[in-house]
Design a binder for this molecule. Sequence first.
Ligand code: ATR
Length: 270
Amino acid sequence: MTDRYAVVGNPISHSKSPLIHAAFARQTGQDLIYETLLAPLDGFAECVDEFRSAGGKGLNVTVPFKVEAWQLATRLSERARLAQAVNTLHFGESAEIFGDNTDGAGLVRDIVHNLGCPLEGKKILLMGAGGAARGVLLPLLEKNPASVFIVNRTDAKAVELQAQFAAYGGVEAGSYDTLPGRSFDAVINATSSGLADELPPLPPGLFAAGSLAYDMMYGRQTPFMAFAREQGAQVVADGLGMLVEQAAESFLLWRGVRPDTQPVMAMLRG
Ligand code: ATR
């Protein structure tokens, strides 16, 4: 029987997830369909319930419902518990709703595996302290970097994140004013600044030799990416690889098979 999956959000029509999962299913010979689901802003839980009652097996969750999905799950992976956000729901035979967050694993896999930039022993700068930053912190720390410095416009939020994640590795936090004179091997933009075509207040000299600049946004060249190129970052990437890799992690959770992401990335870039 064909199993049903979907991505739920509001808005949702722009989502590339159906294309990505259809490609994964073709490639791995899995019998499934994957659709988009537009949930009313005040009707997320009902929408999930209806989908599940109709036989749905799992959902990806996107803006603005990741925190609600985290609250709805009856069991959480550790990475989802710490992220306080869920992007993947899995419905088993029991009444349980399993919630996972594959965003951070997707980011790390894109950086390490696809871009060939190891993170072990490296100095990482993570820009932003909202949901996107929180969602990737544990998987980043699990790669044993020398340190992760969280920088945020509202520095109190960065300090709060530091306190919550200090038990998992070397985490520092501060404001943009504290950056001059420091350099990093990987600078990851988890702010929403690119949406407004803005550049966070970064000083020159931030990129160490051979460093990576990664913008978690995709579909546009952001001011951060342009700045990184000007400043001599060796590898500059947008978040398309992360999008495909987080999808592959969800697919693996649901189906027990890891798809090959390379042809799907090539298709999307083409
Ligand atoms: P998301 O879920 O995408 O993380 P969010 O929780 O609203 O969204 O967080 C947005 C993040 O981008 C915040 O860290 C925000 O900084 P503040 O906490 O100071 O608001 C950051 N951000 C947004 N626009 C920015 C800009 N132009 N420069 C620097 N940081 C910016």
